[in-house]
Design a protein around this ligand. Structure first.
Ligand code: SAM
Length: 438
């Protein structure tokens, strides 16, 4: 589509005279592509995160549908895009996620305005790491030995060269010693950003940020300490001041939200893909093992992510008619995949029910979701989630289709390789707009 053919964007002056419902409809019918807009030079870009949405997307709904002081909520906050945009525009932000890396990123990003003397502290940190590397190698070897249980050690040995492990252990040790929580959270984020990059960072992996890592033998990994220094500098350059609106993040499953009913003014969120196309834990454990998590505990946690493959112990819910039909169609061609999809829609049903409960009447929930094709079958996610949302009492206002920016968005690696019809559709996603009627 040519630029001139893009849907019309409503001017702000016109929006003022519309009712809340009309504003929501108008926003959904406007241009939601946001290609080539802000992001890379911002706190948003402090750390790689697959399938995050462009900051302008939540920003537009937040500024047009809420007032300063209102509560904006994202039950699956990921890299914190919605929450950051909320606090930047003076709204209060609440977020939940089950991913330990997401929670750590939120802690660092939402407190960015509190950081004092960060550059000096960063230089001191690097200095003490370098000192330990040149004077305390034996102690570091011992510390590395104690760091992991056998299974986690086997993981670290497979994916990281020994010299890299020594540097990472020194960095992790020194970061743990920092007393100021905000600084510690920021340095932890920088540490993780050195490992989780498109190219696999300082590990022996490639395609890490795409969450499909594979080990390569011809890679000469860069020095973690040198990379840490570069990232520190780059992230500090991206540190923009933003108002310190209140924010709260919680480790919680979106199917059981720790919020009272009718407490939030707007939800903007994006759930994981239905076909497990992005396996967050597969990439995130590369840095989480250095932050005190064991491979076994992370594997247990991975099973609880929405969109996971395993259906052992799943509490399946009865689905409304069309969603039941789509699950049945897939089950007929592949029973296992059919059960996986049933799990996904059951989990999304509990999530949408919780979103409806915590939202104030008369307010909107915006759900951004990727297209999914399983075994060659389009699972019609936009129709099914709409139907499930309506089943829980939401009024569906409109579903927009937005085109992903291939250059920016980190998508599953295999999607970048072919140009078939299905692959082309994978470069679109849906923005489903719901209203909780009064
Ligand atoms: C597509 S990402 C969200 C990206 C986010 N919109 C952003 O811009 O960074 C989906 C998120 O859902 C989270 N998630 C998966 N299962 C969850 C669950 N049961 N409860 C809460 N969050 C969950 C994942 O950890 C991941 O961070």
């Amino acid at each position: 589509m040519l630029q001139t053919e893009l849907p019309f964007d409503p001017p702000k002056s016109e929006m003022k005279h519309l009712s809340y419902r009309e504003r929501l409809a108008k926003l959904l019918k406007g241009n939601l592509d946001f290609h080539g807009e802000k992001g890379a030079t911002h706190v948003h870009a402090w750390h790689a995160f697959p399938a995050r949405f462009p900051p302008r997307l939540p920003e537009r709904f937040i500024t047009e549908l809420t007032q300063p002081g209102d509560i904006v909520f994202d039950p699956m906050m990921g890299s914190c895009t919605t929450l950051l945009e909320a606090v930047i525009s003076g709204r209060r932000a609440v977020g939940t996620d089950i991913d330990p890396l997401s929670l750590r990123l939120a802690q660092a990003k939402l407190n960015a305005a509190d950081m004092k003397n960060t550059r000096e502290s960063g230089d001191e940190l690097i200095e003490s790491v370098r000192h330990r590397l040149s004077n305390g190698k034996d102690a570091l070897e011992k510390s590395l030995k104690k760091r992991f249980d056998p299974k986690t050690k086997a993981f670290a040995d497979y994916w990281f060269a020994h010299s890299t492990q020594i540097e990472l252990a020194a960095l992790a040790d020194e970061i743990e010693k920092i007393e100021n929580r905000t600084l510690r959270a920021f340095f932890t984020l920088v540490f993780s950003s050195v490992i989780i990059t498109k190219s696999g960072g300082v590990s022996l992996a490639r395609d890490l940020a795409h969450t499909r890592p594979h080990r390569v033998t011809d890679k000469i990994p860069a020095s973690p300490v040198a990379e840490f220094g570069k990232r520190l500098q780059r992230n500090l350059n991206r540190l923009t001041c933003h108002p310190q609106a209140e924010s709260m993040v919680m480790e919680a499953n979106s199917q059981r939200l720790p919020l009272a009913k009718e407490t939030v003014d707007l939800i903007v969120t994006s759930p994981p893909y239905a076909n497990n196309a992005i396996d967050y834990m597969r990439a995130h454990k590369f840095s989480l093992v250095w932050l005190g998590h064991s491979v076994s505990s992370l594997s247990r946690l991975r099973r609880t992510y929405i969109g996971g493959e395993s259906t052992t112990g799943t509490e399946f819910l009865p689905l409304p008619a069309y969603s039941e039909h789509i699950v049945g169609r897939l089950t007929a061609s592949d029973r296992k995949k059919g059960r996986m999809l049933h799990r996904y829609y059951s989990e999304m049903s509990r999530t949408l029910s919780e979103m409806h409960r915590v939202l104030r009447p008369g307010r909107a929930a915006v759900v951004v979701v990727g297209t999914s094709v399983i075994r060659g079958t389009d699972i019609e996610i936009q129709k099914c989630l709409r139907e499930i949302g309506e089943h829980h009492g939401f009024e569906h206002i409109h579903t927009a289709v937005r085109r992903l920016d291939r250059n920016k968005r980190m998508m599953p690696a295999r999607w970048n390789t072919s140009n078939t019809g299905i692959e082309a559709r994978m470069h679109e996603e849906y923005v489903i707009g719901f209203l909780k009627t009064e």
